[in-house]
Write a protein that binds this ligand. Structure first.
Ligand SMILES: [Zn+2]
Length: 298
């Protein structure tokens, strides 16, 4: 999906007004023609006062934001569009505190917006399966305090990570926040994230052996000094992830960890198209179904 490059000034010029944002959504949703969901009529008039399309046949009104990520929002679209711009404009993402200041919204509102956007990011990447040669490893991440090293450190959450190895570079990545690393969670990770029959390398952790159920699994005892030979890319990814979680988010609790992983993977998987990212994400949100966060409204 090619998209235009953009930057701060281009975004401001293009999406500086509510009308411009509505125009964009109309074009994204009905660029190939309007069809009334009630009567099937193919013409509509835009009602600016209602931010809705009105069917020329039966006068049924369809809100421009209905059925998108911005469904029932009580915020101006300009704020949503800026949130989308900022979350992908920096490798570190953006915290809810920072976003709430930039947009003049409350912290819970900013947090809820970010949660919805991260959910959309996760859905987009869930369509992809890692394939060919894949490195898989587990790590303990997050937590507010520095835990003991090794498995079981306090306040930290286990994560399974897959990274395509493409020789001189990494390919796509996937991550799952799990209760613990065991046969069941590893099997589930493989089912959701790996193309069956791929060559999958891991260290010799017993729980990872269930990768062999669906993959050509190659396990090797990996002392720390050998990690760069056997599992180089997945370890680069893990250390970048840890830096990301500590940097912008100052440690993350396990409750919403998957959402942060989604954000990290989404950006990493599109790192060659950095300047296109805001436009890609905006298009994704415009076409994404509504996301309801419990007891959160934005
Ligand atoms: Zn109609």
């Amino acid at each position: 999906m090619q998209q235009e490059n953009t930057d701060f000034f281009a975004w401001q010029a293009r999406f500086g007004t509510e009308e411009a944002c509505l125009k964009y959504l109309i074009e994204e949703r009905w660029g190939n023609g309007f069809i009334c969901p009630k009567c099937g009529h193919e013409h509509a008039h835009f009602l600016p006062s209602r931010s809705a399309q009105q069917c020329a046949g039966c006068h049924h009104q369809v809100s421009v934001t209905a059925g998108t990520l911005f469904h029932s929002t009580n915020l101006p679209l300009t704020k949503w569009f800026w949130a989308i711009f900022w979350i992908v404009s920096d490798k570190g993402g953006i915290s809810a505190v920072r976003l709430s200041k930039l947009l003049s919204v409350s912290w819970p509102t900013a947090r809820s917006m970010l949660r919805k956007i991260r959910t959309a990011m996760g859905h987009r990447d869930s369509l992809y399966r890692l394939s060919q040669l894949v490195e898989v490893d587990d790590a303990l991440v997050g937590g507010k305090h520095k835990g003991k090293r090794g498995r079981g450190a306090q306040g930290k959450a286990p994560v399974l990570i897959g990274c395509e190895s493409r020789g001189e570079k990494a390919g796509f990545i996937s991550m799952a926040s799990v209760q613990s690393i065991n046969h069941e969670t590893v099997r589930d990770f493989a089912r959701r994230n790996l193309e069956p029959g791929s060559v999958v390398r891991s260290d010799a952790l017993a729980a990872l052996n269930s990768l062999a159920d669906t993959q050509q699994h190659e396990a090797r005892v990996t002392p720390p000094e050998k990690v760069d030979e056997w599992l180089p890319w997945v370890h680069v990814v893990i250390s970048n992830l840890k830096r990301f979680l500590l940097g912008t988010y100052h440690g993350v609790s396990s409750t919403h960890l998957q959402e942060y992983l989604n954000e990290f993977c989404y950006r990493f998987n599109r790192r060659q198209w950095e300047a296109q990212l805001p436009n890609r994400l905006l298009s994704l949100c415009a076409m994404h179904l509504p996301v309801q966060n419990k007891a959160e409204n934005c």
